[in-house]
Design a binder for this molecule. Structure first.
Ligand SMILES: Cc1cc2nc3c(=O)[nH]c(=O)nc-3n(C[C@H](O)[C@H](O)[C@H](O)COP(=O)(O)O)c2cc1C
Length: 426
């Protein structure tokens, strides 16, 4: 008999550890009840606690809190799925249920995301987010979270029929970010429901977020980082594919998503050049739960970006995006016209001395200014951005296009499949 570690419970729930017996043959009903109990009581099991059979039995009967399914053959991985899809994924579904107009997260944008944008995103029905480091000095983070929570609560009181989508805060988990611990404590005080982690996966951070009832999504650019993130306790992944704004990946979204779904059934957001409702639908068809959209929100009235930056997003398209690592030390996508305006030739960036990534006090403000304030980040999807609009209007467009895409028949029509299925192909 083994004892599961009991994590903090919802108020009113009985306390004390839960006891389960490994290897015990359970009926489907008993197994479902146990899976329910594990999820409800937020029990975690360790890899050695359950036999694969038991894991399979639990998983196959536990499609209660979202997506618990088993498709892998390794004991540890099977268990990792259960650990990662019990309580936290239940929380993820609960946060989003009835609160999303379309399956979209407005992604965190360094310098650009601010409370006004986040409030506009959440009240329009998509998850709004911002990097904690945008609040400067650090004490401002508490004020921002107060402001956002109050605005969302006021919205909910006015519109109980369409409550605001949840908020997410992005933490840069890079060793140079000296604010991380303090920022996390502030997020804990506000019980931030979703924490997005970038540039480093840490088990203790995931645990801290779970302890206050939140979920973590970690952004990754390949399978190695993806597996590491889940092993270290992240609840879900943000697949950053080729063409994304900021520190983009280089893998096609088709390949990235297909490979992730071979081993992971938890929450996945897909990012990279998505700026239309059809793109959001395509992300779903590729296996993502939500689309993760950044650059399109730079050209909104609420965004903290200069008019020239916003207009450049409107005026530019994929051909104007340059991929380089010279500005921050990591490969990212940038607007070529902003590189020209800063006095550099986008075709000769090889001559520019590369900088080292730094999110702390050692940050070179002069270089930093160049990298983010003068050299403007953007993904390849901005050809679809035709005007600067309020964020709610952008969400409205995405929702309209998404509905159309959901109802659209395949472009070739159904006769192709029909003919083959019935052997009537000419
Ligand atoms: C200007 C800019 C700043 C960004 N800053 C951050 C950041 O601070 N943290 C982060 O996790 N991602 C950041 N990103 C990446 C986005 O969150 C997201 O992955 C990306 O924008 C999605 O691709 P898209 O721009 O093509 O929609 C940034 C992207 C851009 C364009």
């Amino acid at each position: 008999m083994i004892t599961c570690e009991a994590l903090p419970r919802e108020s009113g729930e009985p306390s004390g550890p839960h006891v389960i017996q490994p290897g015990l043959r359970r009926s489907a009903k008993q197994s479902e009840a146990l899976a329910n109990e594990l999820a409800r009581s937020r029990c975690l099991t360790t890899a050695s606690d359950l036999a694969l059979d038991e894991a399979r039995q639990l998983a196959s009967n536990a499609d209660i809190h979202g997506r618990i399914a088993l498709s892998c053959d390794q004991k540890d991985r099977a268990l990792a799925k259960i650990v990662n899809t019990s309580a936290p994924v239940g929380a993820w579904s609960r946060f989003l249920d009835g609160r999303l107009r379309i399956p979209v997260i407005g992604s965190p944008l360094f310098l650009v995301s601010n409370p006004a944008l986040v409030i506009a995103q959440c009240t329009a029905g998509i998850v709004g987010s911002f990097p904690a480091l945008n609040a400067r000095p650090a004490s401002q983070l508490d004020e921002w979270l107060h402001e956002i929570r109050e605005a969302l609560a006021a919205h909910d009181a006015r519109h109980p029929d369409r409550p605001a989508a949840p908020l997410a805060v992005n933490q840069i988990v890079h060793r140079s970010n000296g604010r991380l611990e303090q920022d996390l404590q502030i997020c804990e005080r506000h019980k931030v429901p979703i924490v997005i982690t970038s540039l480093g996966a840490r088990p203790e951070l995931n645990q801290a977020v779970h302890d206050w009832g939140g979920v973590t999504l970690h952004d990754i650019i390949n399978q190695t980082f993806a597996r590491k993130a889940i092993e270290k306790g992240a609840d879900g992944l943000i697949a950053v594919a080729a063409g994304a704004g900021g520190h983009a990946g280089s893998i096609s979204p088709f390949a990235l998503m297909a490979e992730i779904r071979e081993w992971f059934d938890g929450p996945v957001a897909l990012s990279g050049a998505i700026a239309t409702g059809r793109g959001v639908r395509a992300a779903e068809l590729m296996g993502a739960d939500v689309a993760y959209i950044g650059s399109a929100f730079i050209a909104t009235q609420e965004a903290n970006a200069g008019q020239r930056y916003k207009q450049m997003i409107v005026d530019s398209a994929a051909d104007d995006i340059v991929n380089s690592d010279v500005f921050t030390g990591v490969h990212g996508n940038y607007l070529a016209p902003s590189i020209v305006a800063a006095g550099m030739d986008p075709a000769k960036l090889g001559d520019v001395e590369a900088v080292k990534m730094d999110f702390g006090a050692g940050r070179d403000e002069a270089r930093d200014k160049k990298a983010w304030r003068d050299i403007w980040g953007s993904g390849q999807g901005i050809g679809s951005v035709k005007e600067i609009v309020p964020a709610a209007e952008l969400v409205e467009r995405l929702a309209r296009e998404y509905a159309e895409a959901c109802g659209a028949a395949p472009r070739l029509g159904l006769r192709v499949g029909d003919a083959f299925a019935t052997g009537r192909a000419a």
